[in-house]
Design a protein around this ligand. Structure first.
Ligand SMILES: Cc1cc2nc3c(=O)[nH]c(=O)nc-3n(C[C@H](O)[C@H](O)[C@H](O)COP(=O)(O)OP(=O)(O)OC[C@H]3O[C@@H](n4cnc5c(N)ncnc54)[C@H](O)[C@@H]3O)c2cc1C
Length: 387
């Protein structure tokens, strides 16, 4: 498999990089310090059409592939920016594209493509269920042509900077379904009317500048026409989107990793202590070289996963391995950069500490690396299920 970029991919990389350069480190430092949403950056990406990458031309999108979408997110993080405030706009619409009715596709996809609707929010996690999604308690009860939804969610991101949210809820109690993965359904919720009218969003402070919320859902009325796909099969509908999400998250990790390695390399060449550049010491240069080798290997897996996705081949194994390897390579690269910078690694104006904090999220979300290992053990190697 050849992973040399095509001319189009190189043009995309250059254009995204050019856009990102208009948002210098100081912009991100200020956003981080004030815990503000990077509205100007997200607007610029939206106007340029990059967040619509995966929407087919039939629905007014550019119809790019997973390889290109990954390059866009990689380049954002490689520039020193962070893609998490808006990356879900790229892939959350996949549930509508793959499982929505033609009416839903016509109604929403062109507007998402134009940036007129932000579908950036995806409500799955609940505090009691955690990684065991089939244990969620939020329940949607049919009433006439509508659903009335009650429950709660935790760590739901970008709710306050999104117009719509995909919400997973039970429609049949767990003890009444044959398989625990059945009886869950997916809904499109219009946040513009739901906030304050069925949904209360409480911001959760975290170690990163990432808007994430606890949601209290009380008698939220969702019209029946907003059910996405088949009632009771929502779990399977979200599974279909997870490979895309994992490949794209892996690409972000790769971008961050190269940012750390370039920063560390440059600093190690220029910082002189004991009369020589610190990078002359093997204790400094070997960890940087090791991090570079690890991210390069993870990058190959990410390209393989994306290429298989674009060829419509089964890619669960590769997508999961790409997410695992890339997030681990990133943790290593982040740690190495911190060590190389010595005390200056902790100074905010070097940006290393901010990126270091941001790098931690990818180990946990959208899925923890233990769950990824469990997938590989069970689905790929055929080991007995542990839960
Ligand atoms: C900033 C942020 C943003 C997020 N955004 C969203 C969002 O937009 N939408 C959304 O739905 N969710 C979101 N999440 C939630 C995220 O997906 C979950 O936090 C994550 O899936 C883990 O769930 P948990 O925190 O409940 O961990 P738990 O399930 O409680 O797990 C805790 C630890 O135990 C390990 N563990 C649990 N069971 C096993 C087992 N059987 N074997 C081995 N290890 C195990 C886990 O791997 C983990 O390391 C976000 C989280 C954060 C922190």
């Amino acid at each position: 498999m050849d992973f040399e970029p095509t001319e189009t991919q190189q043009v995309i990389r250059n254009q995204v990089s050019e856009l990102c350069n208009k948002f210098p480190p100081n912009y991100w430092r200020e956003k981080d310090r004030k815990k503000e949403y990077p509205t100007e950056f997200v607007d610029a990406l939206t106007r340029a059409g990059w967040l619509a990458a995966l929407i087919p031309e039939k629905y007014d999108g550019p119809g790019l592939g997973m390889l290109e979408a990954g390059i866009i997110l990689e380049e954002i993080n490689h520039s020193g920016a962070v893609a998490t405030p808006c990356h879900a706009q790229m892939y959350t619409m996949g549930a509508i594209l793959r499982h929505g009715s033609e009416v839903q596709k016509e109604k929403y996809l062109p507007k998402i493509a134009k940036g007129e609707i932000r579908l950036q929010s995806f409500g799955v996690t609940e505090s009691e269920a955690g990684s065991d999604t089939t244990q969620i308690k939020t329940f949607a009860k049919k009433k006439g042509g509508d659903y009335v939804i009650n429950g709660s969610k935790i760590f739901i991101s970008r709710v306050q900077h999104s117009d719509m949210m995909l919400l997973l809820a039970r429609t049949t109690p767990r003890d009444q379904v044959e398989k625990r993965t059945m009886g869950l359904s997916l809904f499109l919720v219009d946040l513009r009317s739901a906030i304050g009218n069925g949904i209360t969003a409480n911001l959760i402070e975290t170690m990163v500048n990432h808007e994430t919320n606890e949601l209290v859902i009380q008698d939220l009325i969702v019209p029946g026409e907003n059910l996405v796909g088949e009632e009771g099969r929502g779990f399977y509908h979200i599974l279909d989107g997870m490979n895309a999400e994992r490949i794209l998250v892996a690409a972000e990790c790769i971008g961050d990793s190269y940012w750390f390695i370039e920063k560390a390399t440059s600093y190690a060449k220029n910082r002189v202590v004991f009369g020589r550049p610190i990078g002359q010491n093997q204790g400094i240069q070997f960890p940087i070289a090791d991090a570079y080798a690890r991210v390069s290997a993870a990058n190959l897996m990410r390209y393989k996963a994306a290429a298989r996705f674009d060829q419509s081949k089964e890619c669960g194994e590769e997508a999961n391995m790409a997410k695992l390897l890339a997030s681990e390579a990133l943790s290593k690269a982040a740690e190495v950069a911190m060590t190389t910078y010595g005390g200056y690694g902790l100074a905010t104006d070097m940006d290393v500490e901010r990126k270091f904090r941001e790098s931690r999220l990818y180990v946990v979300a959208p899925v923890t690396n233990n769950m990824v290992l469990s997938y590989i053990a069970d689905h790929v190697l055929g080991l007995p299920r542990s839960f």
